[in-house]
Design a protein around this ligand. Structure first.
Ligand SMILES: [Zn+2]
Length: 196
C-alpha cells in the first residue's frame, strides 16, 4: 500500500457512510477534521468549506469569520486573502488543534479514562441536550470565538455524551501517528491502517 492509500484508509468512506446513516453527524465532522488535518489538506479554503458544511450547514454555529489557537494566534477565515504567511498560520492553527484534540481523545480512551472535557463542555454550554425527536441526544454548541481545538472537541463531546455506552472499543488513537479511527461496531479497537 502506498503511503497515500494508507492515509486515506484510516477513515474509509464506507465507515463514514455508516455513521452518516446513523445520524452521527457531529462525529463525522470531528473525524473529517482530524483526517484532513493529518493529511495536511486543510488550507484556508478547505477549512472554510469544512466549517460551512459541518457547522454552519447543520445550524450548530454561525460562520466564525476567524479561527484561532491559544499558542498560535488567530486569522481571518478568508480564502480570498490567502497569502503564503496566512497559509502557514492556518496550517499551524490546524496542526495545533489536531494535536490538542488527539491528546484529549487519547486520555479519554486510556485505561484510567480522563473525561473532564465532557463535563467542561457541559459546564461551558458547548454542548446541549437535544430536545427534538424521541431519542435523547446532544448537540454541539461551539462559539465563534472558541479556539479551533475546542470547536472540534465540542463535536466529539456531543457524540460521546449521546452514545457513551458504545464507545468502549469503538474509538482508537494510533500510538505512532495519532491517527484517530472509529469503528461503529466496536468489536475490536480500531487501529491506524499504516501502523496497525
Ligand atoms: Zn498510525
Amino acid at each position: 500500500m502506498t503511503p497515500n492509500l494508507a492515509l486515506q484508509a484510516s477513515v474509509a468512506p464506507p465507515a463514514l457512510a455508516v455513521l452518516v446513516s446513523r445520524n452521527r453527524h457531529a462525529l463525522v465532522a470531528g473525524l473529517t477534521f482530524l483526517e484532513r488535518a493529518a493529511q495536511r489538506t486543510l488550507d484556508v479554503a478547505a477549512l472554510d468549506a469544512w466549517f460551512q458544511r459541518h457547522l454552519v450547514g447543520t445550524g450548530w454555529m454561525a460562520w466564525p469569520g476567524q479561527v484561532s489557537e491559544r499558542v498560535v494566534g488567530g486569522m481571518a477565515l478568508d480564502p480570498g486573502s490567502a497569502t503564503p504567511e496566512l497559509a502557514a498560520r492556518c496550517e499551524a492553527i490546524v496542526q495545533e488543534a489536531r494535536a490538542l484534540v488527539v491528546i484529549t481523545l487519547r486520555g479519554f480512551i486510556a485505561v484510567e479514562s480522563d473525561d473532564r472535557f465532557l463535563s467542561a463542555a457541559i459546564f461551558r454550554d458547548r454542548v446541549q441536550p437535544d430536545a427534538r425527536g424521541m431519542m435523547a441526544g446532544w448537540v454541539p454548541r461551539p462559539r465563534v470565538e472558541d479556539p479551533l481545538s475546542e470547536i472540534v472537541l465540542s463535536l466529539f463531546a456531543a457524540d460521546i455524551l449521546g452514545n457513551r455506552e458504545t464507545y468502549d472499543r469503538a474509538l482508537g488513537v494510533c500510538r505512532i501517528c495519532g491517527r484517530v479511527a472509529f469503528d461503529p461496531t466496536g468489536l475490536e479497537r480500531p487501529r491506524c491502517s499504516a501502523h496497525g
